[in-house]
Write a protein that binds this ligand. Structure first.
Ligand SMILES: NC(=O)c1ccc[n+]([C@@H]2O[C@H](COP(=O)([O-])OP(=O)(O)OC[C@H]3O[C@@H](n4cnc5c(N)ncnc54)[C@H](O)[C@@H]3O)[C@@H](O)[C@H]2O)c1
Length: 364
């Protein structure tokens, strides 16, 4: 674990969002990238089978200590993740039970995820992992994690199952790999029916790199994960919803960087990738309203995730906070309520929206 941390701190870092202009800051002279810490430079994603880790309740509906590990085949095309730290393991999760749900007033029932099958990409850690926890607390029937990081994905699924007793299934899927996504979504659909909700949180950030120095391969890779990944996931899940004639909600995690330009760090390419996600989400919302499929974006401001918890970013973080009316970074669970709302029937008339959740950063 110590060596993983050392690796993370020495190789990488990166804020996923921004701050306005002013004086030079100490780290501006070097480039940081968080994406390099988790994956090889290779853009090629080729996997012939998807490892699956399956945690089911026992016959009494209690969390079981055993799990199934198997693979599902992929016709062709993965990533080589490096391990990273698990999410906050000491936090408890209280799943919403049917008994409690039945006592809730209608407004609160509509605000829940009762009985929904939810896929969360990037759910192995960070914001995605916490939104998955929130879905359990909001009544989700089954949690499905898609993530490219085998170790973290497996650990997070085991933890979610142990803490909730819910059925949790992890598919090692890289969001750049359409065939793997389709195979995994098909497997989910066969087992549980078409998904009700997709929360697409998988993404990377390259930051503090001047546009004139940013390599075209890096640019392609960033777009491939952040934008193409959003497209491939939405397409696959949307088709499953359409085929089942089932209304659904797709939530794409973009960034405030898709609407504003970050300062002081230079990250034009990341910003472009997230602007693409926002416009894609709006366009998809218009196209798929006729199928009862809603598509909305969450655009976070600066969040206090592992990515930003590095000494090299301390100077920038002070600037970010000073430019945020709430004077803080977002907590790792600050997106939870919004994610549940957008996935729930409480937001039934909401589609094509991009909700910025940034502690007021974009007010200035
Ligand atoms: N943290 C912030 O300040 C912030 C701000 C705005 C937007 N965002 C966005 O929120 C999302 C989550 O950010 P986070 O801070 O939780 O990051 P994180 O790095 O903690 O988590 C991202 C997860 O996505 C997975 N992932 C990365 N590439 C993948 C791929 N190709 N296929 C499948 N899984 C992949 C990682 O393994 C990881 O589990 C990202 O889309 C990010 O751009 C974050």
């Amino acid at each position: 674990m110590a060596s993983r941390s050392a690796f993370r701190l020495s190789r990488a870092v990166a804020p996923l969002v921004s701050a306005p202009r002013s004086r030079a800051i100490p780290i501006a002279a070097r480039a940081f990238t968080n994406s390099a810490c988790r994956f090889s430079r290779s853009d090629v994603v080729q996997e012939t089978e998807i490892p699956v880790s399956h945690y089911s309740p026992d016959a009494k509906g209690q969390a079981s200590s055993t799990s199934d590990h198997y693979s599902i085949p992929v016709s062709r095309e993965s990533a080589q993740p490096t391990p990273n730290e698990p999410g906050a393991e000491d936090e408890s999760i209280t799943p919403l039970t049917k008994e409690v749900y039945n006592t809730m007033p209608p407004t609160m029932q509509r605000m829940s995820m009762m009985d929904k099958v939810v896929i969360v990409t990037g759910g192995a850690r960070g914001l995605g992992n916490h939104m998955a926890r929130a879905c359990a607390e909001a009544g989700a029937k089954t949690l499905v994690i898609f993530d490219a990081n085998q170790d973290l994905g497996d650990a997070s699924a085991a933890e979610l199952h142990a803490k909730t007793g819910l059925e949790v299934i992890f598919y090692k899927v890289d969001v750049r790999q359409g065939s793997a996504i389709n195979a995994a979504v098909d497997a989910v659909t066969q087992r549980y029916g078409a998904p009700d909700v997709l929360i697409n949180s998988a993404g990377i950030a390259d930051s503090n790199i001047k546009a004139e120095n940013y390599g075209s391969e890096m640019f392609r890779r960033l777009i491939d994960i952040n934008l193409t990944g959003s497209f491939l996931m939405a397409q696959s899940v949307g088709k499953a919803m359409m085929k089942a004639n089932k209304p659904g909600s797709i939530v794409l995690v973009a960034s405030m960087s898709g609407s504003i330009v970050n300062y002081p760090q230079e990250q034009s390419c990341y910003n472009a990738s997230k602007a693409g996600v926002i416009q894609f989400g709006k366009s998809l919302a218009a196209e798929w309203a006729k199928y009862g499929i809603r598509v909305n974006c969450i655009s976070p401001g600066y969040m206090d995730t592992a990515l930003n918890r590095v000494p090299a970013l301390e100077a920038q973080k002070k600037i970010w906070c000073s430019l945020t009316p709430q004077n803080r970074l977002g907590a790792v669970d600050d997106l939870n309520g919004l994610a549940v709302f957008l996935g729930s029937d409480a937001s039934a008339f909401m589609t094509g929206s991009n909700v910025i959740i940034d502690g007021g950063y974009t007010c200035y």
